[in-house]
Design a protein around this ligand. Structure first.
Ligand SMILES: C[S@@+](CC[C@H](N)C(=O)[O-])C[C@H]1O[C@@H](n2cnc3c(N)ncnc32)[C@H](O)[C@@H]1O
Length: 214
């Protein structure tokens, strides 16, 4: 399946959307968690693929601040887009900011965008230090970790995931290497993998893949 941008805004520019979907295709998870939903474009692509693979028998959980306050803002990096919702395509700026007056990173906007999957999804608003507790992590097969990018947040999210997810489930982390690499993210992932003796694989000169082994 090709990654579709739906005339919104995505964190995964070409070719990384397709690269990411090929990982979902390869591991064929049934229950997926995305940490950092942003405008819901990757969420929608994941749900479309899960529907193709499993019909209505899948779950998708999406966590995001959706504009609410972070527990800790130390060293946190946010997409510039969240400051004023300015698109590189001026037509989109006019359409979303002045005609629709829609904040694409709001829970209501993403909920609406994913409404055909309303029976299969759950969107949770708030900091992952709180919301991750509400996800049945032992049932999740595949996580896309792309929320808070500070060292402490990445490490805290990874530890919670690893402690609760089942054997052989997968965690794909964004911004580990290549042109979008974020030093704090890379360091947190490497430290986490070393401390827990987990195999770490680099994918598509961008992502890190961790296999949960217990
Ligand atoms: C890079 S964007 C995610 C991009 C998205 N995965 C995609 O493919 O389009 C990061 C998102 O993480 C959210 N975020 C940042 N810190 C967070 C935190 N501590 N808890 C939950 N969400 C957070 C931001 O609101 C932002 O929407």
């Amino acid at each position: 399946m090709k990654y579709n941008y739906y005339w919104r805004k995505s964190g995964l520019k070409k070719p990384y959307g397709d690269n990411f979907l090929s990982l979902v295709e390869e591991y064929k998870p049934k229950n997926v968690l995305e940490i950092g939903v942003f405008c819901g474009v990757t969420s929608r692509n994941i749900c479309e693929l899960l529907k193709t693979n499993f019909g209505s028998d899948f779950r998708y959980y999406g966590l995001d601040l959706f504009g609410s306050t972070k527990t800790s803002s130390v060293d946190e990096i946010e997409p510039k887009f969240l400051e004023n919702q300015k698109f590189s395509n001026p037509l989109k700026t006019i359409y979303y900011n002045f005609i629709k007056k829609e904040n694409l990173n709001s829970k209501i906007s993403v909920q609406n965008f994913l409404k055909k999957f309303s029976q299969n999804i759950e969107l949770l608003e708030g900091d992952t230090r709180v919301t991750l507790e509400k996800v049945p992590l032992s049932e999740i097969d595949f996580v896309f970790l792309d929320g808070g990018h500070s060292y402490d947040t990445v490490l805290s999210d990874l530890q919670k995931l690893y402690d609760n997810m089942k054997n052989n489930s997968k965690i794909v982390c964004d911004d580990f290497t290549g042109i979008t690499k974020i030093e704090s993210v890379e360091k947190a992932i490497k430290d986490f993998a070393n401390n827990n003796k987990i195999k770490l694989e680099e994918k598509f000169k961008r992502f890190a893949l961790l296999n949960v082994e217990k």
